[in-house]
Ligand binder design. Structure first.
Ligand code: 3PG
Ligand code: MG
Length: 370
């Protein structure tokens, strides 16, 4: 478990940024659909830090957006800047590249993944970022599981502090890591990325509930027919070895061909959501433990027809008034935001992969060699 030290936290070092040129790594990797930002949570989570940075001489924000291979106008910050400014309630100047001149207090550099070397840990790119300012701030918890230039290399070259939100994330996750009586609910497409966490929590949690695409792989490994459903065949053998007595999986589904019990699934069916019976059992079991961690949707929520499992779970979790509930995962958070349920939860992580990584490893690549 990482214990952040005062000397590394922005909160205790505000004096040091006064009148300085500050570079801030944020994670503005937003969900951008039909010309609109659909998840504001990651953006608004940086507001507190940005507010504090008003005492700096100038601020340059750095972020990735999507995972483009070189320039791709869809992922340019230039297009989304008007919306970003509105959500952040800040005037922000756009910097096309490293030679653009900062203007005013807040500036946002073009998508850092457009520049060669961000994902390759490139020392030349790291120095270009360093030359932008005097102090670096990591306010990008949700991408700090990536061993990328702006996350792990630049902090070696510059005085670096962790932002207010970053600090909050680590505190929150540490708090949940210490809890007993825990139910872990995992959904989403891939089980491979969640396997380290599942293995660790087999001992730590009282119960692990699997839903969404990742449950298919698990069910197939246990010998059930899942038809044409999304499955990661390459890890079936690994899953077969898992002791599954504390793992609960769905027993009924909505497939592309309609409702099915687990043993009724046909070869050309595709599982797309959990069924009512499964939900009932899940909720009954969840009610028995005091604490809950949830990451990942229970169905293919990209399509309205298949949001029911995720939506019902969320609405029912809200009803548990005296449980401690931590929710994370990009898709889960943007779904809750869209359904106006997000604010009803107290512990929300901006991280998807980063949250899973930290819960499994109790550290992040950005802390290496600290
Ligand atoms: C995320 O959305 O999970 C983070 O911003 C990291 O993005 P990545 O998965 O493209 O590295
Ligand atoms: Mg994501």
């Amino acid at each position: 478990m990482i214990k952040l030290r005062k000397k590394n936290l922005l909160r205790f070092n505000l004096k040091k940024i006064k009148d300085k040129k500050v570079v801030v790594r944020v994670d503005y990797n937003i969900d951008y659909k039909n010309g609109k930002i659909s998840d504001k949570f990651r953006l608004t989570s940086t507001r507190e830090t940005l507010e504090k940075l008003k005492i700096a001489k100038s601020v340059i924000l750095i972020s990735h957006f999507g995972d483009p291979q070189g320039f791709d106008s869809f992922y340019s910050f230039k297009n989304v800047l008007p919306q970003l400014q509105k959500i952040l309630k800040l005037k922000i100047n756009f910097l096309e590249d490293f030679s653009s001149k900062p203007l005013g207090k807040f500036n946002l550099l073009e998508n850092i993944r457009f520049f060669r070397g961000e994902k390759e840990k490139d020392i030349n790119l790291a120095y270009k970022i360093k030359d932008l300012g005097e102090i670096y701030i990591n306010e990008a918890f949700s991408v700090s599981h990536r061993d990328h230039t702006s996350i792990t290399l630049v902090p070696k070259l510059m005085t670096t502090f962790y932002g207010l939100r970053f600090e909050k994330e680590i505190k929150m996750l540490n708090e949940f890591l210490k809890l007993k009586n825990l139910t872990l609910i995992l959904g989403g497409a891939k089980i491979s990325t969640k396997l380290p966490l599942i293995k660790k929590f087999l001992k730590k949690a009282k119960l692990i509930i699997l839903g969404g695409g990742l449950a298919n792989t698990f069910l197939k490994a246990k010998g059930f027919n899942v038809g044409q459903s999304l499955v990661e065949d390459e890890i079936l053998d690994e899953i077969k070895k898992i002791d599954s007595k504390n793992i609960l999986t769905p027993i009924d589904f909505f497939t592309d061909k309609g409702y099915r019990k687990l043993n009724e699934i046909k070869n050309d069916d595709k599982i797309l959501d959990v069924g009512f019976e499964s939900l009932k059992i899940f909720l009954k079991e969840i009610s028995k433990n005091k604490n809950i961690i949830w990451n990942g949707p229970l169905g293919y929520i990209e399509e309205k027809k298949y949001i029911n499992g995720t939506y019902e779970l969320a609405k029912n979790l809200i009803k548990f008034k005296n449980k401690k509930i931590l929710i994370g995962g990009g898709d889960t958070i943007s779904f809750l935001e869209e359904k106006k349920l997000l604010k009803k939860f107290k512990f929300i992580s901006t991280g998807g992969g980063a949250m899973l990584y930290y819960l499994a490893e109790e550290t992040l690549p950005c802390f290496k060699n600290e």
